[in-house]
Write a protein that binds this ligand. Structure first.
Ligand code: SF4
Length: 377
């Protein structure tokens, strides 16, 4: 089974923290839609005709596309790819785009899962992040999505905002729990160099992220959502029983996926490709029937390291038998002393021949995986 990701590289305005590839110049949305359709046709053999079980419109802001544009993209996928029964079709959307009419047509087009970029219900925080929506729109769009019949909704929340408080974080979580979305993705704010916040940090206009404050807010998040019967199936992802993001779970389980659009990544089960992150150059290449990508040829060490990095962030953990079988790598004997320390501190356990991190281990997931990396020779 495989997935298709479509990158729609346009936004109404730049959120101050955002490091994704997008343009606020929306003049070329129509041309970009044509380029995405053309790339879908050019890449139709990439997945070797494996059934596609998930389609994910991400970005950028795919909710800026018109109904016709979305429908056209889905039609091209259906006529060029083999689609599994009951595919998950997700659209990332910003609250200010989700009017009752838009929601109704999204349902009719076949979108069956929404991932709404709410980020916070606090008006001051939304302003601080330069989000295009306000608190009222966040609440209304959720209510309208339910009325339109969406029964699989994910919301995004950001924590560790400088100058924010634990009280505000609790209020955000109270509000989220009142809405009862099926899925919540929640990430700590990070300050990337090429963003407005990165620039402000260099000038000393904002403080750096306080790691201790962020860790406490992560603990609050885990505690509150677990108490409310959400399952933490990945470090930053929580869901009601059975409502995993099937698309993102495919990434974490090393399944094949095809990324369409500028900056999109693809994985064919062997190597990774990265499309160029430049809208005009991407559209020009596609118009000439060329796919503008770079490829990473992965070594076994790369595969082992990627496997640890992704699987240790999930509740399923790293399958030790699979590592031994696929790469002849015996993690327990190679990293025995380090693992003993993790077990002693209750950061990790072995369960059914899988190495799994505990909740305390999740706090340090990326550090633990990189400590376990097989060093390149
Ligand atoms: S809407 Fe999303 S992709 Fe666009 S700037 Fe904001 S965070 Fe980035």
């Amino acid at each position: 089974m495989a997935g298709i990701y479509l990158h729609v590289p346009f936004c109404k305005q730049a959120c101050y923290y955002c490091d994704f590839h997008f343009s606020t110049n929306q003049r070329y949305v129509k041309e970009m839609t044509e380029a995405l359709c053309a790339e879908l046709k050019l890449q139709k053999d990439y997945l070797h005709h494996e059934p596609v079980k998930t389609i994910y419109f991400g970005g950028g802001t795919p909710s800026l596309l018109t109904d016709e544009q979305l429908r056209r993209i889905l039609d091209i996928i259906k006529s060029n790819y083999s689609i599994a029964g009951d595919p998950e079709i997700t659209l990332e959307a910003n609250p200010d785009d989700l009017t009752p009419e838009k929601l109704e047509s999204l349902r009719q087009i076949g979108i069956n899962r929404l991932s709404i970029g709410i980020q916070s219900f606090n008006q001051d925080v939304l302003k601080y992040l330069n989000r295009a929506h306000d608190r009222g729109q966040a609440l209304r769009c959720f209510e309208n999505a339910r009325k339109a019949g969406f029964n699989n909704i994910s919301i995004d929340l950001i924590y560790a905002i400088p100058a924010d408080s634990h009280d505000n974080w609790h209020q955000d979580l109270d509000q989220a729990l009142e809405l009862q979305p099926e899925h919540i993705s929640s990430y700590s704010l990070t300050i990337e160099p090429k963003t407005t916040f990165g620039n402000w940090l260099r000038k000393g206009n904002i403080p750096p992220i306080d790691e201790e404050f962020s860790a406490t807010q992560f603990e609050i998040l885990m505690e509150r959502l677990t108490q409310a019967d959400y399952e933490q199936y990945e470090v930053s992802n929580f869901c009601k029983p059975g409502y995993y993001s099937r698309h993102n779970s495919g990434y974490w389980k090393q399944e094949k996926y095809l990324g369409i659009g500028p900056s999109a990544h693809s994985y064919d089960g062997v190597n990774r490709r990265f499309n160029i992150s430049h809208n005009p150059k991407y559209m020009k290449a596609i118009a000439e029937s060329e796919i503008p990508y770079e490829e990473d040829i992965l070594t076994d060490e790369d595969r082992i390291n990627e496997y640890l990095l992704t699987t240790l962030r999930t509740k399923w953990g790293a399958d030790l038998g699979k590592m031994a079988y696929k790469w002849e790598y015996d993690l327990l004997s190679e990293q025995g002393a380090y693992l003993e320390r993790l077990f002693a501190k209750n950061y990790a356990i072995i369960d059914d021949n899988h190495l799994k991190l505990t909740k305390s281990g999740f706090l340090l997931a990326d550090k633990i995986s990189s400590d376990l990396f097989k060093i390149k020779i």
